[in-house]
Write a protein that binds this ligand. Structure first.
Ligand code: UD2
Ligand code: MN
Length: 292
């Protein structure tokens, strides 16, 4: 295939494919995976993907035991995530014995990391920043080239490959896609470290999907954790917890790539025309299902 022919099938006119600071927004039909795979194989890249699965969280009357999400996450990850590349799954948990040993393809492994948990689910979610920061500093630096940091209550349902990798990337929140800036659910309290004024902000990014190289993830998580601690001292907690601080960070440290909602979707949002693929879907499990 000539370069021209292969280019013509990698073009989108129905969606924004470039940010105002010239970072690609990754959608299906904007890239050639074979070209990218060759580049990343040449560099022999190893990708770390982090998930947290600790104790319980009560929500809308249902109790969710987060370790239950791990097998599906990994099984679907083996099918769709960075296929053909070296991958380390890092599972942070307070219940090491609840994490099954799972079959991995060659060059891929699972590492279970014992961490403390917190009483409030908000703290569990927010403290991920601190743990990611500490592990980036102490461990990830020597083991992987990139980190992908995601929620565990998810499953892969289509390819997620090296097209997402960049020094620093964030993901458009599917619930805020197409919303007006003033409707973004940024933290609006000027006293909070996560504060974003109504006339600022580029996109609304999801708390449950960001990544980059280890140095950038260290800086991001360090900022977010410090900001959360500063707020805690003032008795403030931002409206969407870690997600609010992440949005603040990205406002002043622009991501070098932005992932479209293909990379984070909820089936309840249907299938709009712009969404040619659903690659990573939120899983809803109720108490009954989890028990059986
Ligand atoms: C897809 C997405 O953008 N999700 C974000 C959204 O969360 P969600 O409402 O999807 O929150 P969630 O219940 O998935 O909690 C976030 C994550 O924390 C972990 N966890 C939480 C509670 C617990 O008891 N044990 C445990 O392990 C687990 O990995 C979980 O996936 O808003 C949160 C802040 O409000 C976070 O920013 C999430 O990243
Ligand atoms: Mn979640």
């Amino acid at each position: 295939m000539s370069v021209i022919t292969s280019f013509s099938s990698h073009r989108r006119t129905d969606v924004l494919v470039l940010t105002p600071w010239l970072a690609p927004i990754v959608w299906n039909d904007t890239y050639n995976l074979a070209v990218l795979n060759a580049q990343f194989h040449q560099r022999n890249v190893c990708v770390g993907i982090t998930i947290f699965a600790t104790k319980k969280r009560k929500m809308k009357g249902n109790s969710r035991i987060y370790t239950v999400f791990v097998p599906t996450f990994i099984e679907t990850g083996e099918k769709y995530f960075m296929v053909g590349h070296k991958v380390n799954y890092y599972v942070f948990t307070d219940r090491v014995s609840d994490i099954p040993i799972m079959e991995m393809a060659e060059g891929r492994q699972m590492r279970v990391l014992r961490v403390p948990t917190y009483q409030r689910w908000q703290d569990v979610s927010m403290r991920r920043m601190e743990m990611l920061r500490d592990y980036s500093h102490q461990r990830f630096r020597g083991e992987v080239d990139y980190l992908v940091c995601v929620d565990v209550d998810m499953r892969f349902s289509d390819e997620v490959g090296v097209e997402i990798l960049s020094d620093l990337f964030g993901t458009l929140h599917p619930g805020m896609y197409g919303a007006k800036r003033e409707h973004y659910t940024y933290e609006r309290n000027p006293q909070s470290e996560a504060y974003i004024p109504f006339d600022e902000g580029d996109f609304y990014y999801a708390g449950g999907y960001f990544g980059g190289n280890i140095e950038e993830i260290y800086k991001l998580t360090n900022f977010c954790h410090d900001a959360m601690m500063a707020d805690k001292d003032k008795n403030i907690e931002a409206v969407w917890h870690d997600e609010s601080y992440l949005n603040k960070y990205f406002l002043y440290h622009k991501p070098t790539k932005v992932l479209s909602p293909e990379y984070l979707w909820y089936n309840g949002f249907g299938t709009p025309a712009f969404l040619r693929r659903k690659r990573f879907l939120a899983v809803w499990k109720n108490h009954q299902e989890i028990r059986n």
